[in-house]
Design a protein around this ligand. Structure first.
Ligand SMILES: C[S@@+](CC[C@H](N)C(=O)[O-])C[C@H]1O[C@@H](n2cnc3c(N)ncnc32)[C@H](O)[C@@H]1O
Length: 463
């Protein structure tokens, strides 16, 4: 790309909003230069804004707003003083109803792009707009006599000087300041790259990732943080398995309830769990209702985590087989089944569902097929009719089409799909459509208000 001289402050007209929640405008440095796209955080379609370009990468420019010449009627005053500098939120300046419309439209645009038809659009489901976030990873940066603790900045990758966070649950939000002060006093503060916060039933947990050993004095300071805040501090000197308490014991667990199902699920601070526990209850209830009737039904839960969906399905009478890549999550799902009295109708298997072997997962001769128990039953009346997919951002993976074509899943008629990425959801929906499924209903759950992230639910049926 030519290194065209870029004027300092330029007036831009915002024409659209990107999937990441940045205002989009066109920019031409001079008459000879190509027209480029500029992304301006904190701006909205219809606005005129003077902004300063500060980064360019792969033909795109990023700019920081300096002054607004014309404002959108959809603009609201951001609740948090750190907006738009903090990378944690992207849409705090947008009226909430419009946030929902924007996220829904992103999903619909992706379905159009992928050529997927749907029958019914569900109304967006939302819950608390602030203080919903029960998990967070914060960056740490020691700067001379100071220490930064916060999300990454929007305009670069530096750690933000975060005084507060309005999306964290109240018990995590009140930890930020005392935690920062304690970290600042540690002899190895320079060797702490990040902190994880997790909240649930029980004292909130703070995971301190440290690259050098802590001194006795450091341990005492962290102990006094525990005493003054009521939080539990866990240390992580290496990979996830090195997690332990300040006294060197195995790390304790948190839990969250799914009261509609009378369930209580334990999890570790580093396990995957849905971050918005209020919306999670609604999402689980929706999936269970869509897959009903469940008594005696055989259900596959792909990417099952710690059993968030598997156990409510089992509680309603289904025989559930959960498959998941993380061995520790599988062990947690098994323990959760035991403690909720559901071990007899739930089974959990660890497997990398993106691996080559995953394509042959449901073939009788596949490695590990013996672990799949009832799934390998040749009797068609015993084959599963329902499957849940809840993959990571990259989607269900290359094996999806082989699963849908496998003889062991010939009776599969209902697929519930929960996704945190509309792009991979639409791509997988196309694969499901190609295998004879119809997207009967689709809609968004706003798990992450004020951010550009969105959760999608789609119900596919065949035959
Ligand atoms: C969006 S989470 C859903 C978890 C669970 N359904 C829940 O609601 O808590 C995606 C899950 O996929 C798992 N995962 C990631 N990569 C995987 C892979 N290659 N194979 C199997 N599971 C994987 C993660 O460990 C995580 O538990």
């Amino acid at each position: 790309m030519s290194r065209t001289r870029i004027p300092q402050d330029t007036l831009f007209e915002i024409t659209a909003l990107s999937a990441d929640g940045f205002g989009l405008a066109n920019f031409q440095a001079n008459e000879q230069a190509k027209v480029r796209e500029v992304l301006i955080k904190g701006s909205l379609p219809g606005e005129k804004v003077t902004a300063r370009i500060h980064k360019r990468r792969r033909g795109q420019f990023w700019a920081e707003a300096q002054a607004f010449e014309e404002l959108s009627p959809e603009r609201v005053t951001p609740a948090c003083a750190h907006f738009p500098r903090c990378g944690g939120c992207a849409l705090q300046h947008m009226d909430y109803a419009q946030q929902l419309r924007h996220k829904q439209q992103l999903l619909l645009d992706e379905l159009i792009r992928a050529g997927v038809d749907y029958q019914q659009l569900r109304a967006p489901i939302s819950g608390p707009r602030l203080h919903y976030r029960s998990k967070a990873r914060l960056g740490v940066r020691k700067l001379g006599d100071d220490l930064l603790l916060g999300f990454r900045e929007s305009f670069g990758s530096r750690v933000l000087r975060m005084e507060q966070c309005l999306t964290l649950t109240a018990d995590l939000a009140r930890l930020v300041e005392p935690l920062r002060n304690t970290l600042l006093g540690l002899s190895i503060a320079h060797a702490i790259p990040q902190i994880e916060l997790a909240s649930g039933e029980g004292p909130p947990q703070v995971v301190v990732r440290h690259l050098e050993p802590l001194s006795i004095g450091d341990l005492q300071q962290l102990k006094s943080l525990e005493l003054t805040t009521g939080a539990t501090v866990l240390l992580q000197p290496g990979g996830p398995t090195t997690l332990h308490s300040l006294d060197g014991w195995q790390a304790g667990l948190l839990s969250y309830g799914l009261p509609e199902f009378g369930l209580d699920l334990c999890f570790g601070a580093l396990d995957f769990t849905q971050v918005n526990l209020a919306l999670n209850q609604q999402l689980v209830a929706c999936v269970v209702a869509q897959l009903a009737p469940l008594a005696g039904a055989r259900v596959l839960d792909m990417f099952c985590g710690i059993g968030n969906f598997s156990l409510p399905l089992a509680q309603r009478g289904a025989q559930v087989l959960g498959i998941e890549g993380s061995e520790s999550s599988v062990a947690r799902a098994q323990a959760n089944a035991q403690r909720n009295g559901l071990a007899r109708n739930s089974q959990f298997v660890a497997m990398d569902l993106y691996s080559k072997e995953a394509s042959a997962l449901f073939e009788p001769k596949a490695a590990g097929a013996q672990n799949l128990g009832w799934l390998m039953d040749a009797n068609p009346t015993k084959q599963p009719k329902a499957m849940l997919l809840d993959p990571p951002r990259s989607g269900a993976g290359p094996a999806l089409s082989s699963w849908l074509a496998s003889r062991a899943l010939a009776q599969l008629s209902d697929v519930a799909y929960v996704s945190c990425n509309p792009v991979s959801f639409a791509d997988d929906a196309k694969v499901l459509q190609g295998a004879g499924f119809t997207l009967e209903q689709v809609g968004i759950f706003d798990m992450f208000p004020q951010t550009a992230h969105v959760e999608t639910f789609g119900m596919f049926r065949r035959g």
